[in-house]
Design a protein around this ligand. Sequence first.
Ligand code: C2E
Ligand code: MG
Ligand code: MG
Length: 691
Amino acid sequence: EAESKRRSMIIGEDGRVYISYPESDTFWQSFVSMKVEEGFLQTLAELTEKAGQWQTRDVQYQDEKLLITASLIESYHFYIVSGIQSADLLSRWFERMKFVALAVFIFLVAGLFVFRIIITRASRFESARNVAEHNVFKLSRAIEQSPSSVIVTDEKWLIEYANDRLSDGAEASIKLIPGQMLLEHFPHTLLKDDVAAVSENLLHGNNWYGERRAREQKQWFSYSISAMTDDDGKISNYVIVTQDITERKQVEVRLYKQANFDALTGLPNRRRTSELLNENLKSAWQKNQRVAILYMDVDNFKQVNDTFGHILGDQMLQLVAVRLQKAVSDQGVACHMSGDEFLVSMLFDGKDDITALADDIMTVMREPVLLEGKKLFISVSIGIACYPEDSADVSSLLKHADIALYESKNRGRRCYSFFSSELDDKNKRKIELESEVRNALANNELFMVYQTKNKISSGEVYGFEALMRWESPRLGFVSPEEFISAAEEIGVIDKLGEFALYEACRDLQKFQNLVSQPLAMAVNVSMYQLTNSDIVGTVQKVIKDTGINPSVLELEITESMLAQRLEEVQPVLNSLLALGVSLSIDDFGTGYSSLSYLTRFPVSALKIDRCFITDMVDNRSDATLTHTVITMAHKLGLKVVAEGIEDEDQLALLRVYGCDLGQGYLFTKPLNYEQMTGHLKSQQETPDWAI
Ligand code: C2E
Ligand code: MG
Ligand code: MG
């Protein structure tokens, strides 16, 4: 009854309202004073047909929709009705339900929250699962499509999985069937000898990598093997990644060849040679062996290159390499150091082994070769140094062999020389000389001496030969042969030559003032000056500056040099002649010794080398040769000068042979300017050689 909005009433069977609670102005009040409508009463009667039972029903009363519960109290003939407007019922229900709704709402929110968490977790789990699945998918695709062969075997090498990526080299793929023994299948057969090493490695937790070559197929494979372990840490599977690395190997081989072998000759190059020599010396040291290196140089190669061009020069080098290898065969290793330099390294017991090989090399090289229709003769010069006697390390061994090679070249090429401590001293001296001679001129250490050339018939002074002298404060007196070749070597000879020409021409004019007869001056000119300097310009300048008559100036050129480079110097000689100077051949007999070629030189005099004159009196053949040379030279219209006349007998014989001029200690030793001045003055008075 306390329920709000609900009204309870007692209504008589006649429809009169007896009690209505609560009292109010609402629509329910009408029931108290009035009877309920017949229709409502009818409804009550229907609703309470069964007396004593409560029934509930929606009824329409006037404009209102009501929900009523009614029961008939039979003994009092009235109905007890409890009703509520449907609209109120709803709001009341809502009222009631407020807390429930709140609780439900809270529950729902909490539920939603929990749901969200669950959903998030689930989706996270799902996406992680997706990623994992995707990764597994990708991984398996990667393995399947990998260019490498990936194989999984069990711990007994029985195949469990293979991605069929192996090719036999002829584009056919190698099928590996699960269950088969991996090591029975090519190319894994190549690993048979490695199984123990592989297992050992894997047991220690390391991967194993190896590269093997299938010889017949010329194929290369790389193998990378790792182990998979089970939960107990025991090896359960092997994973073998195999690759065909043939192409890579081919490139590597090519790169190795490029770096270590000479492209032209295919022989080991300088880099590789130095490695080889280091290896050789090391093993020789361990085994107590001896190693010889033969350093060689092709004689006059530059000339061949310049004359025939680089292509033929290269062909010649290839030929030299082939011949060298033929000679060396298995006695040693032939290498190509650079340009025309080759090297052979060999083990030896006695020096005979080395000379035998050196002789063989000389012999095979000697065979003439046809280049552009011309028959050429190849020769080599060889320098030999030995381990351990000459040195114990590669670089000094090479240096020593080079010194010996230099000696061979000095000895006239096409020969071999062994390194020796004397050679070493000579070389050190040479290096010293080269560094000192450079400044000799600037330091006023050079001066000229003069030796007279006298007429054989009368003994009268005909002229002079100018000879250079060097008094070095550090090295003392150095012979002209020594310092002139050093000056040639370092390229200062043209400066020295210019000095000689100026001094000689100036001094000649002074000497000329002392005597009545006309005098001539001969100046030595080295081959280097003829080929590498502007000798023509220099001579021209000297003539102009000193005002000398060119006809009194004679240039002496050594015969051996001239013969070697005839073609090259001929135009230079002609230009010199055009200046009005004369030319003579010095040291005749020590070089080509062929008189016929003299016709091709525009020379006016020939100087017979001292060595023929020295023994002429006692040695018939020297005498005959001298006589013949004089006769033939005269036929060619050349004047003949005999060098190194030291005694009267020689002079007498030369007079018999009709030699024109003579030079030697018998007349004068080489004298400096002052001495020569004194000599000339005294000569004017009483010549001491006069008969
Ligand atoms: P060369 O032109 O044949 O000079 C003759 C050499 O024989 C000189 O030696 C001279 O001192 C020596 N001599 C002369 N008469 C006798 C003798 O009776 N007995 C002996 N035993 N020797 C005699 P030197 O001065 O030592 O010169 C050696 C070589 O050095 C010269 O040979 C020449 O080729 C070269 N030379 C000297 N001065 C010059 C120069 O200014 N320029 C060039 N390019 N070479 C020079
Ligand atoms: Mg001379
Ligand atoms: Mg001479």
